[in-house]
Structure formats: C-alpha cells, structure tokens
Design a protein around this ligand. Structure first.
Ligand SMILES: [Zn+2]
Length: 363
C-alpha cells in the first residue's frame, strides 16, 4: 500500500494528505472562488463583485501553486533531515518557516479584512453623495459645497439621505468634510447595488484589500497543510516529535593557546562552537566561529599583513553612532588560511573533553 502511494505523483499524494488535515485539497481549491464571492457574508458592490471574485480566486490559486513549488524549502527548514539538535540559526529558520511566516499571512488576511470594511464604508458614503440628487437635479456633493446640511434622494428614487458638511483647516488649507446619514439599511444596499463599476470611489484599496484577505487566508491554510503533508512524507509521528523534540545545540566557548594578540596590552580573544551532546563523539553543529574580541563580542575580520614579518592584522569592527568603524586592531601570527589548522586541532580537543565530560556524567 505504501509503495503504491509512492508511485502516485507528489501533487496527488499532497492532495490526499489533506484528508487527514480535516478537509480535501480539492474542496479547498473549489471553495476559494465560492468563499471569495462570499455573497451575503461580506458586503460588496454588485457591479464589481464578479471581477473581484475572479481575481481573488486566480491570485489565490497561483499562490497555492507557488507554495507547492517551494514545499521542499519549507520541509528542509521545518524538519531539518536526520537530526534533532540544531544550531541557533537552524532553529530560528525552523521557527520562521514553521510558525512565523504562516502567522504573518493570517495577520495579512485579518488586517486586509479590516481595511476592506473601513474603505468600503468610506466608499459607500462618497458614492451616496455622488448619486443622491435634490428636486432640481443637483447632486448632494454639490449641495454640500455651500450648505452645511442637505437632503437628497438616492438615484432619484424614494430613499432619502441627509448630508452634512463642515469646513476644517488642514495644513493651512480649507478642507470641506462631507458625510451622509442613511435613513435605513436599504439606502446602503441601493448604493452597493446601483453604483456603476467605473464610478466606485476608492476602488483600488477595496480591490487590493479584498484580494489580500483571501490570498492570506488561503496561503496560511495551505502552508500549515504542507507542513502536515511533509511530516507524513518524512514518516515523522507526533509522538516521535514530542519525545525527541528539535532543540538548540549547547554552545561552547574556548580559547586557542597559539592564537593570541601580539600587540602590547593584548586584547583577549575567544572562539565558539555548538555541538550535539546526544552523539558519541559529540557532533559539531555549528562553528568553529572566531576569533571573537572578548571586549566587544565582535567577530574579528582579517585585514592584511602586519608591520613585522609573519604577523597579520585583524580588525574588530563595530558600530559607533550609526557608522560601522574599526574599533581597534589585533595582531596575530596567523592569516585567515593559516588560522584554520590550530583552530581545528583545538576543536578536536574541545569535543574530546566534552565527550569525556558526558561519559563521566552518565557513569
Ligand atoms: Zn574589540
């Protein structure tokens, strides 16, 4: 059965895995256009509803395809293969790709919903001023230029609205602020139903927030689905991940005897590495990194030959104010190539002593 499964194209296996995620992928994809038309759930202009639905569905489907194309990148970051002890960098990548990025998509969706409703409100108000006329056929917008209160009928129908206006000073300029009081919900529905698509006020923010609302939601949902799917592909069970979770490798700070500052008043230096304590001998997870300046905790940068034979200058670069500057220099007997050998020997010694320490703790 498992072999049969493997022969299916990965997209099909991906779609099938969504069943265990609570819902079939096909259903999600089919639901996007349906959800985006959200007819009664979400207020929208009738004249632009079909284009919005089409556009939101298209962009969401393309987004899902793109996510599927980068699924291995997601998998590599969330389930680094073959090990549970990770360097700090790998752990942070796991957190970003596993939780933070999809959470950002959820936030995008929620913020877009708020922006959409807010702009739609403004837009309906503005459209009502434009398409409500008094008995002489003057629009409410025009009426409010001179008077502070005005009555008009929407689209020359029976539904009446009251407009109010006042003048304020903004940036030393007079600005006329207009707003509309609707008598009932029917007035709002008239505006949403009868405003022509080309005359919708603020149509760009409305369209963009509408698309991002659905795009964010669809991508977040499928992203979490991909993580579930990849966990299944890798044969990782929740129990295994709970009993043997991903964790950060412990750090080790050490000095290398031969590597020291030759200048008078030498600056103290150190090196770092992180290791996996579960393995014997302990495996190097990250590093060795260094030499670090102990005073400023900066990584020294090789910057050329020193004044005397076989000496080399390394710079401690930090920020002063907002600029990156060389804080001081250190003279070593090694350049960036020569330094590797003594450091590697020191790393071997460090891992050996760690191994002895762990064995001592166990016995
Ligand atoms: Zn320094």
């Amino acid at each position: 059965m498992a072999n049969e499964d493997k022969r299916k194209p990965s997209f099909l296996r991906f779609a099938l895995s969504f069943k265990s995620y609570g819902i079939a992928l096909g259903l999600i994809l089919a639901a996007i256009p349906f959800a985006t038309s959200g007819l009664d759930l979400l207020p929208s202009y009738k004249s632009s509803r079909s284009i919005l639905t089409f556009f939101a569905s298209l962009v969401s489907l393309l987004g899902v395809a793109l996510l599927f194309a980068i699924r291995r990148r997601i998998g590599n970051s969330v389930f680094p293969p073959g090990r549970r002890v990770l360097s700090k960098k790998e752990m942070s990548r796991r957190r970003w790709w596993g939780v933070i990025y999809p959470s950002i998509l959820i936030a995008v969706s929620v913020i877009s919903l708020i922006v959409y409703l807010w702009t739609l409100n403004k837009s309906v108000d503005r459209a009502a001023q434009k398409f409500a006329y008094d008995a002489t056929g003057t629009s409410l917008y025009k009426l409010l230029e001179t008077s502070d209160v005005g009555k008009a009928r929407l689209f020359r129908l029976n539904e009446e609205v009251i407009g109010r206006a006042r003048t304020v000073i903004r940036n030393k300029q007079e600005v006329r602020l207009r707003s509309v009081d609707f008598q009932s919900e029917e007035g709002v529905e008239l505006v949403l139903g009868l405003t022509p698509s080309v005359d919708i006020p603020f149509h760009w923010p409305i369209e963009i927030s509408y698309v991002f609302m659905f795009l964010g939601a669809a991508l977040a949902f499928v992203w979490f689905g991909i993580i579930e799917y990849l966990q299944g592909e890798l044969g990782l069970e929740d129990r295994q991940l709970l009993e043997d979770p991903y964790r950060v490798a412990p750090d080790r700070v050490f000095t290398v005897e031969k590597i020291y500052d030759l200048d008078p008043g030498p600056a103290p230096l150190f090196f770092t590495l992180s290791f996996s304590p579960d393995e014997d001998p302990p495996r190097l997870v990250s590093g060795p990194d260094g030499p670090w300046c102990m005073m400023h905790k900066n990584l020294l940068v090789f910057s050329g030959s020193g004044s005397e034979k076989d000496t080399y200058v390394w710079a401690c670069i930090g920020t002063r104010g907002k600029q990156r500057v060389t804080l001081h220099t250190v003279t070593l007997a090694y350049n960036e190539v020569g330094i590797k050998k003594p450091v590697e020997a020191a790393v071997r010694r460090e891992l050996e002593s760690t191994s002895k320490q762990i064995r001592g703790e166990r016995s």
